[in-house]
Design a protein around this ligand. Structure first.
Ligand SMILES: Nc1ncnc2c1ncn2[C@@H]1O[C@H](COP(=O)(O)OP(=O)(O)O)[C@@H](O)[C@H]1O
Ligand SMILES: [Mg+2]
Length: 318
């Protein structure tokens, strides 16, 4: 990538890519800001895939995803090559990923806003699952935030980064594969320890969704969005630590009592209780006990409905 970094702008096809303007970096590649050189001069994001092992799969997944259009899925447009590396052109999400957004936004993110983002993420996931796509790497850094074109004062959340995604029929068993440990379910760690290699269709994503929701609830400014402090599942025979928020013990099940710091969003007490219950169902130890993404969405709609009326009461009394 040395020659990319040494020039201020690289023109590939109709796009001017700005190597100095890195939007983000992950295990598979680097994402740069780009501008399309037509009369609209619209901004785009290009992901240059530098990981040679991942490149072919990521490009093939991007090709399939480019046919899937949904407001809560990042729009993938085309692919090109840059100095021999494949790159994917996608819509530019000006607020970065969920982590960037939570940490950089000026106003506080209250419970109602959080639930709204959760609903959008869940809607994107439910749509993916209905389209027979499993994400397999759902986490805050793979959720992007853009301005809502239909309502510019609002933000829209979009699922992104389909490098590990799997396309398959419904109700299939799916191979467990990679991903970021903070948001992985127990099956991933059991798989690593040599126990089992497949999981029921989509249930792994629901676990990651539950942990993403938990991270959003627990969020404290200045800290990364994470549900866990560390993940070191060395002694899986006895305990299965999924961070320090929960420990699954053989024979005792999952301890989810410490799910949410009680000082967060105290005014929404009843809705927080419902949220805790929903999250603990989503992160059920056994994949078959987890709800589907659409069920999570329906439960979130109910919470949002009641939380909004709580919010109105709070404003009415001040
Ligand atoms: N379309 C985009 N608009 C704005 N920022 C983006 C966009 N795509 C990716 N990013 C940023 O780049 C980071 C890495 O991109 P990602 O596709 O997740 O790569 P990796 O597969 O290497 O994790 C994201 O977490 C996000 O911060
Ligand atoms: Mg990523």
């Amino acid at each position: 990538m040395g020659n990319i970094l040494s020039s201020p702008v690289v023109v590939v096809g109709l796009y001017s890519v700005y190597p100095g303007e890195i939007l983000g970096q992950g295990a598979f590649g680097t994402v740069y800001r780009a501008v399309k050189n037509d009369w609209a001069r619209k901004q785009f994001a290009v992901k240059v895939i530098t990981n040679p092992v991942a490149a072919a799969q990521e490009v093939e997944n991007a090709r399939k995803l480019s046919l899937v259009k949904h407001k809560n899925i990042v729009n993938i447009l085309e692919n090109h090559q840059i100095y021999g590396y494949p790159f994917i052109v996608m819509e530019y999400c000006e607020f970065g990923d969920l982590d960037d957004y939570f940490n950089n936004v000026n106003e506080p993110i209250d419970f109602v806003k959080k639930v709204n983002f959760m609903m959008q993420i869940t809607q994107g996931l439910a749509f993916l699952h209905k389209s027979n796509i499993i994400h397999r790497d759902l986490k805050p850094n793979n959720v992007l935030i853009a301005k809502d074109n239909e309502n510019p004062s609002k933000k829209v959340a979009k699922l992104s980064d389909f490098g590990l995604s799997k396309f398959c029929g419904p109700n299939q068993l799916v191979e467990i594969y990679g991903g970021y440990e903070w948001f992985k379910g127990p099956e991933y760690f059991l798989h690593k320890a040599g126990y089992y290699t497949q999981v029921l269709y989509g249930s792994e994503d629901v676990f990651s969704l539950g942990l993403t929701m938990l991270a959003m609830l627990q969020f404290k400014r200045g800290q990364k969005l994470k549900p866990v402090v560390e993940n070191n599942p060395t002694n899986v025979e006895k305990t299965l630590p999924i961070g320090d928020v929960m420990v699954w013990r053989w024979g005792q099940g999952l301890d989810t009592n410490v799910l949410v710091d009680n000082e967060i969003h105290t005014e929404y007490g009843k809705q927080i209780q419902k949220m805790k219950l929903l999250i603990s169902r989503a992160i059920s130890f056994s994949p078959v006990d987890r709800p589907g993404a659409q069920d999570v969405y329906d439960a979130l709609s109910n919470i949002a409905f009641h939380a909004t009326s709580v919010k109105h009461q709070i404003f009415a009394s001040t």
